[in-house]
Structures are given as C-alpha cells and as structure tokens.
Write a protein that binds this ligand. Structure first.
Ligand SMILES: Cc1cc2nc3c(=O)[nH]c(=O)nc-3n(C[C@H](O)[C@H](O)[C@H](O)COP(=O)(O)OP(=O)(O)OC[C@H]3O[C@@H](n4cnc5c(N)ncnc54)[C@H](O)[C@@H]3O)c2cc1C
Length: 489
C-alpha cells in the first residue's frame, strides 16, 4: 500500500490542523512489514497508519516542530504494559534489519533532540495513552505511567494532599523526564526526581515484562536512574510521595529590567542563593536571562518557588532578589499544578537545548552574560526568523541551560552554532579560572553533547554492562532510533 502525501494533508485539514506547517511529506512510503505484523495482532486498533486521524494528532504533538517532519510508516499506541510487550516482541521478531523495522519511543514528546522520538519509515511507539496516575494511600506510593504529563500527575495527587518530585513545565512527559534524571522544584530536598522512584515496571527489549527495584533487578534499577532509553521501555514508575496540600506552595515569576545594576545584583543574589541552598532546601529557583526578538530587549526573569507555605512577602532565601526593583511579580500561595503552566512557552517552534556545568563563581556568570549579549548582537544581524529567543537558565547545581527557539527553518544551523559557541566559550572560561565541571545533564543536552560519558568512566562501563545484560542483541543500540546510546557515548 502506498501512502499518498495529498491524502495525509487532507486528513490534517479535516482535523483543522495547519497542513502548511507540515512542510514535507515523503513522496512514497511503504507500510512496512513491521506495521503489517503489528496489525495482525491484538493491537490492531492501536496501530495507526497515515490515513488515520490518530496518526496526525500524535504527529502534531511534539515540542520541537522538527520532530513532526519524520513520517513513520505507522504509530502504535499501546493501552497497557502487555500491549507494549506484544508490540516490542513483534518489532524484534519481525526484524529484517531494514530501515523500515526501526522504531522510536515517545512519551511526552518534549525532547529537543531531532529524531530522538520519531522515525521516518519506521514505527513510532507513542506512549501517550499510558497516562494514568494511581495513588496507594496506605503505602504512600504514586504509580505513574510514562505518557502522563506532569500537570495531570500533580492534579491527580493533589486530591490526596500529596506531591511528587516532577517536572516544572506542565506538559513535559513523565517517561523521558524520569529516565533522564529530572530536575524538579524539590531537587534540593530529594535529589533528582528519579531518586524518588522505588520501582520501575519495564518491558525489556525481548518483550519480557518485569520490574526493577532495590531487591529485584537492582542493577537495572540503578541504570534506569539517568541511563535513558538504553534498557527497555518503562511502563510504570512507582514514586515516593510527600505531603503537599493544595495552596501549600509559595511562588511565581518576577521580571526585572536587564540593566547593569540589575545584572550585577542578580549575579550576586544568584551566587548567594546557590551557596546557601543546602541551608533551606525548600527554596527553588529558575533564573533566566532572556532575549525575545519581538521585544528586542533582554529581560531578567526569576521563577521563585518555596515548597511550603510562606506568609511574609519573600522567604529569607529569596531576600536578595526582593531588593531588586521589578517590573512584574506573580508570587502568591499556590500549588504544583498552579505553578507548572506559568513558565511554559508555546511549543511548535524550532528549538534546541545546550547545557554546561560550572562552579558557583560570579566571574563565570559575568562571562556568560557577556557571551550571550555578543551572540544576540550577531544573530540580530543575520537571522531570517521573525521570532527567535535566546534564554539562559543558571540553575543551582549550577547547571546552565541554554534554550534557543526560532521560527525559520533556515536558521537551524545558525542557532546550533550559537549553542555550540556559547557552551565552548563558557566552558573554556570556566576552565581558565578552575571552575569547569565535566557533568552534562542528559535532559538538557544537545545531540552534539555526550551526557552519558560525562557520568565518568566507571559509571559508563556500568551502564554498558547493564545494557548488554538486558539487551544482549543490542536491539536498543541499533534498532531503536535516536537518543543517547551507551555504545556511542
Ligand atoms: C518546556 C520544557 C520544560 C522542561 N522542564 C524541565 C524541568 O523542569 N526539569 C528537567 O529536568 N527537564 C525539563 N525539560 C527537559 C525534559 O526533561 C526532557 O525533554 C524529557 O525528555 C521530557 O520527557 P518526555 O517524556 O516528554 O520525553 P520524550 O521526548 O517523549 O522522550 C525522550 C526520550 O526519553 C526516552 N524515554 C521516554 N519514555 C521512556 C520510557 N517510558 N522508557 C524508556 N525510555 C523512555 C526515549 O529515549 C525518548 O527518546 C523540559 C523540557 C521542555 C521542552
């Protein structure tokens, strides 16, 4: 059967989706042997080819628009762990080593890696239907499926007056976030979000459904905490919860003019905050230096969050930020569900993340501002995009996340260059003052970066050994499209 691109576009239009944003359709594509094999199982109604509206709804739902430009031969949406086990068994046994048999995994689809979550002429396993959150009041454990979005998780748990360490953007998916680590508003209290997972339910590359926890498959349990999609597909995360009644969080977004006084005061406040975060782990900060081309001026934006109630204007941990004069301030008493919509820019642009880690040193932060301002001037002269943004987030570890967005596809090389230049200049400077750290946070890393190697030789060897143990034929190293692979680290 041939897939007609015109048919695909007319399906989009009938759904009210903007067909013009889907710039390329494959001229021809064969429905692969894998899709045919999937359709001949109990999964039949969960396998969607390009003539199905479900196919296009899934395609339209990626954070980075470039990932909508891959056209899988079919998309399978398992409804249960056992569906997923069937799907994976079929994909592996139908393996004829042709590109058609390749597959990709997507949970929330927020990864900014191009092709990490979708695959041309292959099979995309879309976990979005696996999105339940179930709370066990007796054990105080939340069981969360990988296709859930954090806003919905927080909403489901708020009914019981509890929370989990999860994403700070409401539409971020659970699956990718937790297997990559997970930087949350509760990181200073509980570590990475994956540290709160006490049990993984997982389908191994050979289709076996099993669990991994501290006593059963303990090596796999450890590897899944940051080792990303190298070992199988997690179908359920059992997470420790903590009391978090509704309206028990103080927080919001404060914006400030980006003038010399504020930049210097912000750097000083940020250095103090990071140095003292261990003294008050309820305080969580996302500081942004942000340039939005449509405003044509940089601004400073701080997301200030205190994960317990607070009455005075500002908790002590944030007092230095209180002294800066601001343009707007939304801080209030709220909850996780209320917070996570606030710092989430619109999806659907071209975007990329880059990251670097360095010491808590004012000279490095000053250098970062200087590099960013120079790059903004350079991009302003040549960018074709009508809307583009350069944002850097200096978060305590401190990890710098450079977040780039643009709306003209021809600018992709330009913004990749911006990311790589920024990272290498900042890293070089940090090294020159003895403040460089090798750590590259996987969930913020660009494709050109190597987060798994940054875990250190011993940890990387451990991850490779676990991958070999649970995937002896290397299916997730070769047949699974995209993502950070232990064998390529
Ligand atoms: C707006 C926005 C806000 C963000 N905020 C934060 C934040 O606060 N803290 C933070 O740490 N990060 C944050 N991130 C980064 C985010 O953690 C990553 O993009 C993460 O991959 C998103 O998870 P997802 O389920 O949407 O991933 P997807 O894009 O669906 O998947 C990414 C990769 O994860 C793997 N994967 C996904 N599900 C599974 C599974 N069930 N089993 C095995 N492997 C799987 C696959 O290899 C897949 O390719 C943010 C990103 C965006 C765009």
């Amino acid at each position: 059967m041939k897939v007609c691109p015109y048919k695909a576009l007319s399906v989009l239009e009938s759904l009210g989706l903007n067909a013009l944003s889907y710039k390329t359709c494959p001229a021809t594509a064969s429905v692969s042997a894998c899709c045919t094999a999937l359709q001949s199982t109990s999964l039949k109604t969960s396998v969607h080819d390009p003539s199905s509206p479900a196919y296009h709804i899934s395609q339209a739902n990626y954070w980075r628009v470039d990932n909508t430009q891959f056209y899988p031969s079919c998309i399978v949406q398992p409804r249960s762990a056992s569906d997923l086990s069937t799907a994976l068994s079929v994909l592996v046994s139908t393996n004829d080593n042709t590109p058609q048999c390749r597959f990709a995994i997507r949970a929330g689809g927020h990864s900014t890696l191009v092709g990490g979550t979708n695959v041309e002429y292959g099979v995309t396993i879309d976990l979005s239907v696996l999105n339940r959150t179930v709370y066990d009041e007796e054990k105080r454990i939340a069981s969360i499926e990988p296709g859930a979005r954090w806003k919905d998780v927080y909403g489901a748990l708020a009914k019981y007056g509890v929370g989990v360490a999860g994403g700070r953007g409401g539409t971020v998916g659970v699956g990718g976030f937790l297997v990559g680590g997970g930087n949350s508003h509760h990181s200073a209290l509980f570590g990475f979000a994956c540290d709160s997972v006490v049990n993984f339910e997982i389908v191994l590359p050979n289709g076996t459904l099993t669990t991994a926890n501290s006593t059963h498959n303990p090596r796999l349990f450890r590897a899944l905490k940051g080792g990303s999609g190298n070992f199988g597909i997690v179908t359920r995360f059992d997470m420790e919860t903590f009391p978090q009644p509704r309206n028990s969080i103080w927080g919001g977004i404060v914006t400030y003019e980006h003038d010399e006084t504020n930049v210097n005061a912000q750097i000083k406040a940020l250095i103090d905050f990071t140095a003292n975060v261990k003294n008050d782990p309820y305080a969580s900060l996302i500081p942004l230096y942000t340039y939005i081309s449509t405003m044509d001026r940089p601004v400073i934006v701080n997301s200030l969050v205190y994960t317990k109630p607070y009455a005075d204007p500002y908790p002590d941990a944030f007092k230095p930020f209180y002294l800066l004069s601001n343009i707007s301030d939304t801080t209030r008493q709220t909850d996780l569900e209320g917070l996570v919509g606030e710092l989430e820019p619109e999806s659907g642009l071209h975007s990329n993340f880059f990251t670097v880690t360095f010491a808590n040193d004012a000279a490095i932060l000053k250098k970062a501002v200087e590099i960013q301002e120079r790059l903004i001037r350079q991009v302003r002269k040549i960018a074709k995009s009508s809307e583009w943004n350069i944002k850097s987030l200096y978060q305590p570890l401190p990890v710098d996340l450079l977040w780039l967005t643009w709306d003209h596809i021809d600018d992709t090389a330009l913004f990749d260059w911006v990311g790589e230049t920024f990272m290498s200049e900042l890293d070089d400077f940090a090294r020159s003052v003895g403040g460089e750290y090798p750590y590259v946070y996987l969930n913020y890393a660009a494709e050109s970066q190597n987060p798994l190697r940054s875990y250190g030789e011993e940890n990387l060897e451990f991850l490779k050994a676990v991958a070999k143990e649970y995937d002896p034929h290397g299916i997730f190293q070769t047949q699974l499209h995209g993502g950070f692979k232990v064998t390529l680290a």
